[in-house]
Design a protein around this ligand. Structure first.
Ligand code: HEC
Length: 115
């Protein structure tokens, strides 16, 4: 039995090892694909969630003006959020990362403009 105890990795012939690696990568990719699908499922994106948990405190709480449905381009939101605007504080990358900010700007710029 001694001989078998150390045989785990080395006993695999090269093609079997290649197959095993392929299967492991395949399983990983399949796992990643299902994660990506799972993240698409919720209707509320992370930008919208950030808006609702952070921006809305002021912008729907009467402290700042309404910023939904204003027809602002994405860049307006990005610049104001990063730089602040008078009484509005600036948000750094540690407050909101670029990806979330872009998603937030995209979400807000698409909110329907009221007639
Ligand atoms: C602490 C309260 C506060 C928070 C949180 C806040 N804002 Fe503001 N924001 C303000 C105030 C106050 C103004 C108005 C500043 C002025 O006009 O002098 C403003 C102005 C703005 C404007 C310009 C609106 C206009 O009519 O000119 C935009 C766009 C904006 N905020 C986006 C955001 C976004 C996006 C977030 C979330 C990341 C956010 N704000 C979070 C207080 C806040």
């Amino acid at each position: 039995m001694q001989a078998f105890e150390h045989s785990g990795e080395t006993s695999m012939n090269p093609s079997a090892r290649k197959l095993a690696t392929g299967l492991a990568i395949g399983a990983m990719l399949a796992g990643m694909a299902s994660v990506a699908v799972a993240q698409e499922a919720p209707k509320v994106g992370k930008g919208q969630r950030f808006y609702e948990t952070v921006c809305a405190k002021c912008h729907e709480g009467g402290i700042g003006p309404v910023i939904k449905g204003r027809g602002f381009p994405e860049m307006t939101y990005m610049v104001i959020v990063r730089n602040g605007f008078n009484a509005m504080p600036a948000f750094r990358v540690s407050d909101i990362d670029d990806e979330t900010l872009k998603d937030l700007a995209s979400y807000l710029s698409k909110t329907p403009v009221k007639p």
